[in-house]
Design a protein around this ligand. Sequence first.
Ligand SMILES: C[S@@+](CC[C@H](N)C(=O)[O-])C[C@H]1O[C@@H](n2cnc3c(N)ncnc32)[C@H](O)[C@@H]1O
Length: 390
Amino acid sequence: MNNKQLSIFFDKLKQVVEDKELIKLVLSNKSDKLSDLKSIIATIVKLKAGYRLNIVYRHNTKDITKNYPFEEGLVIINEMFINNFLNGEIIANTENVILTTNPKGKVKLSIKEPTLQPLTTFNHDNTKDRLIETKQNIYLRELGVTNANWEVRHQMSDKYKQINRYIELISPEIKELGNPADLQIVDMGSGKGYLTFALYDYLHNNLENKIKFTGVEFREDLVNLCNSIAQKAEFKDLNFITGTIEKAVIDKIDVLIALHACDTATDEAIYRGINSDASLIVCAPCCHKQIRKEFNVTNELRHVVKYGILKERQAEIITDSLRALILEAYGYKTKVFEFISTEHTPKNVMIVGRKTDSNNPDKENIMETIQAIKKIYGIEQHYLEKLLNI
Ligand SMILES: C[S@@+](CC[C@H](N)C(=O)[O-])C[C@H]1O[C@@H](n2cnc3c(N)ncnc32)[C@H](O)[C@@H]1O
């Protein structure tokens, strides 16, 4: 490669990195066609430890991501370019710099006007005024919520809205607990961890709460994915464990969250919360099959539940009412509300229970009410009753 043009390219790169004007660097067109490494993408990210160069090594079947202090990252990029790639492109707020090598080895350097919007502005309205920032937020990009330019992907905009809405609703509830040392939050059925990451990010980095956060999930592939993203984002007090909601070994639960845990998995989560004497239990239930199957209505309401959709809605209402009442009986002041418009998700009911009193003097009355409701619908037992052995 022509040394002069290469050194101009590297000087420009060093400058835009140090000035934090780099949007993206791409090294492509591998010199060894048999190499498994296809390209390299570098961006600037802001971690708790400070700004870092985030380098994604794109292989045929996997991506490996690492963060480096600027100086170290620049040395690596220089070496990678010289030894492995023929083309490099710097996309910055100030200019674009492109270095290409043709098959005859002729090197061409061109400098152009910037093509991408500066990172300090947002391209899309839906990122304005949101609690979770998109730019330089590694986990959002790794989860596919944002693209390489930190913009929310069109098909993920509902997910992004939903994440922000959860944070808006859950963070004040957690703030109300004060900021006790070693607050342990557990997300049951954490799935791909969208909310888990966002809530950790918000509490840890924006509010500087000293929390320990655990995601519990029975799919090992998702647990491995989430742990690797947590490592990339340098979220040290967030970890994911493989296990079931009912049996996962957790020493202490102060806040229990379960979002869209299917059917009776929500009951298992509430049970774990009550059993661990959690201060706060937050669930957004998902499907409600157990109670629907239990319905044995012989009174006038049978004319209502003969219609499939109405039976389904009744099952949802009764399942969640009984959950809320059981929480009340166990000393949790409970709210049930819609947390997002049905246009974003039909699974939009949230149950929040805050522990106020270990011995609710009204427990017996509430238990009688629960029995009366069950009688109307011919329900033998709610799964949560079974778990609590009541
Ligand atoms: C619909 S997803 C929701 C994921 C996440 N909470 C969210 O709202 O984005 C439900 C997740 O819970 C997991 N899950 C369901 N039942 C579970 C159980 N009993 N124990 C552990 N994980 C469970 C599933 O594997 C799935 O990943």
